[in-house]
Design a protein around this ligand. Structure first.
Ligand code: BES
Ligand code: MN
Ligand code: ZN
Length: 507
């Protein structure tokens, strides 16, 4: 979408005329190369007068000194104890902060990848750069370009200002460049997820979404797209019922990345809710903030972004991604409260509220995935309930899991990446709330524990397979701004699941 900074890695050398960023520790402690720059730029004297202490999180901006530099920016690294997550994610955040403090300068930015402890390793250099990419992300395809003074610069398609060139000076540019190949692949996956969530529903319907997912073929991902006919044959009437009030046909996309030759290992699987727009259907939603429901496909966007990430960095894993793509509209053909549908698994469902549609889509997508691929586990992501925002706000995704080992791995990856998940309870006692008078189950469980009864509903379709459901209604969109996420769509879940795969499932 937006113009992406061009990043390269160079050996330490005298920086040119653009903006130079140095990484400071406590008391303005700099590494040896940064110290040389600081000295010749008169930075140390300026720092005295400006009272810069280099305390955690503080930062300062120094105008050009008498030397030949442009401006010199000094950004304090968060101290280890304050950093949330492990070193790489703190480093990603630092990259984002450097870009912000430098003011996303035009022209060039040179970053000295060095702390008082010495040069950063290749992985850290890559993380720093990936953080800058994510920070620079904009979704501005539909806005006229602005001049530097903020005035619109003609109409039509937006043309952004000149591409920013970033040079990261480091100890081993070749190693850093190699590490960045993987890190930027993951960042691209995050940005793909953001693009999909930000895209309005008039542009991104189920068919268009499927086409975007099919582009992953270029990375070696195998793609199958199931249409109405195929899904009808399979008996996916829970999913199809949701889409039947829309002018636009539903789709199910199956993505597979085979990144390992290891035999006898079951694949890992990810399933996403892809409601391209959720009006609520006949149980129509109130108008306030309904526009946000263009993001009700964030689960599917995350799965697509994750498949991109895994393929781009050639992860040594056999991974399946399945996304159910529908539009939930009120119409003469739309499904009604009181309707009873039979899911692919054979379970019958009484529709109480057509706005509880995500679980219907997932019921069939989950059953299909488990039935066909017999994965070692399945993680589904969905903007499933408003209630999860009441419980956890925008800081944690809700995690519902039938397997302690899987939930432990997800919690740890969440902590490490800053894409945090909090485990919520499951329990048979809640099943009473979804008992139906007429069918096997009903699709809503009343006012109490709305996120839990939704999870309890999904549980009916996963059998004994280790499974986790992540309710990302509060974290995938209009979530808080961070050092590496500034827009409406965060791309939540891509880094989390990529990390979990990298830490535990590659071979
Ligand atoms: N997509 C919504 C949940 C949602 C709401 C996500 C706000 C993001 C922001 C979901 O389909 C829905 O409408 N859920 C209902 C369920 C209810 C009818 C049982 C809800 O949460 O109100
Ligand atoms: Mn809904
Ligand atoms: Zn929904």
């Amino acid at each position: 979408m937006a113009s992406r900074p061009k990043i390269d890695f160079k050996p330490f050398a005298a920086p040119g005329t653009g903006t130079v960023a140095l990484i400071a520790g406590e008391d303005l402690a700099l590494g040896e190369h940064a110290r040389a720059v600081a000295e010749s730029a008169g930075l140390e004297r300026a720092a005295d007068t400006a009272g810069f202490t280099g305390a955690t999180g503080s930062l300062t901006h120094f105008p050009p000194a008498e030397s030949g530099f442009g401006s010199v920016v000094c950004v304090a690294a968060a101290s280890k104890s304050e950093a949330i997550g492990d070193a790489h994610d703190a480093t990603m955040a630092l990259g984002g902060r450097i870009l912000a403090i430098a003011g996303e300068p035009k022209g060039s930015l040179t970053v000295l990848a060095e702390t008082a402890d010495g040069p950063m390793d290749a992985e850290s250099c890559a993380a720093l750069a990936a953080g800058m990419l994510l920070r620079a992300y904009r979704f501005d395809a539909y806005q006229a370009a602005k001049d530097d003074d903020g005035k619109a610069k003609g109409k039509g398609k937006s043309k952004r200002k000149a591409q920013l060139a970033i040079a990261i000076q480091c100890a081993d540019p070749t190693a850093a460049r190699k590490a960045f190949k993987a890190a930027s692949g993951v960042a691209d996956g995050v940005m793909l997820a953001r693009d999909l969530v930000n895209e309005p529903a008039n542009v991104l319907g189920p068919v268009e979404f499927a086409k975007r997912a099919a582009k992953l073929e270029a990375l070696g991902v195998e793609i199958e797209v199931l249409g109405i006919k195929e899904m009808t044959k399979l008996g996916m009437r829970a999913l199809l019922g949701v889409g039947q009030g829309s002018e636009r046909d539903s789709r199910l996309v199956v993505m597979r990345w085979r990144g390992t030759k290891a035999r006898g290992v079951k694949p890992v699987a990810f399933v996403g809710k892809g409601v391209v727009f959720d009006t609520g259907g006949i149980s129509i939603k109130p108008s306030a903030s309904m526009e946000d429901m263009k993001g009700d496909m964030a689960g599917a966007a995350c799965v697509t972004g994750l498949m991109h990430a895994l393929a781009a960095r050639k992860a040594k894993v056999d991974a399946i991604g399945v996304i159910g793509l529908v539009e939930n509209m009120p119409d003469g053909r739309a499904q009604r409260p009181g309707d009873i549908v039979k899911a692919m698994s054979g379970t019958t469902i009484e529709i109480i509220n057509t706005d509880a549609e995500g679980r219907l889509v997932l019921a069939d997508a989950l059953h299909y995935t488990i039935d066909r691929f017999k994965p070692q586990f399945v993680v589904n992501l969905a903007t499933l309930t408003g209630a999860i925002m009441i419980a956890l706000g925008n800081q944690y995704a809700g995690m519902f899991c039938n397997d302690d080992d899987l939930s432990g791995k997800l919690s740890q990856a969440g902590f490490d990446t800053g894409e945090r998940v909090w485990r919520m309870p499951l329990g048979q006692a809640y099943d009473k709330q979804i008992e139906s008078k007429f069918a096997d189950i009903k699709n809503t469980g009343g006012r109490l524990a709305g996120s839990i009864t939704a999870a309890q509903f999904l549980k009916r379709f996963v059998g004994d397979t280790p499974w986790a459901h992540l309710d990302i209604a509060g974290t995938a969109m209009s979530s808080p701004k961070t050092d590496i996420s500034q827009g409406w769509a965060s791309g939540f879940g891509v880094r989390l699941l990529d990390r979990m795969v990298a830490d535990h499932y590659e071979r």
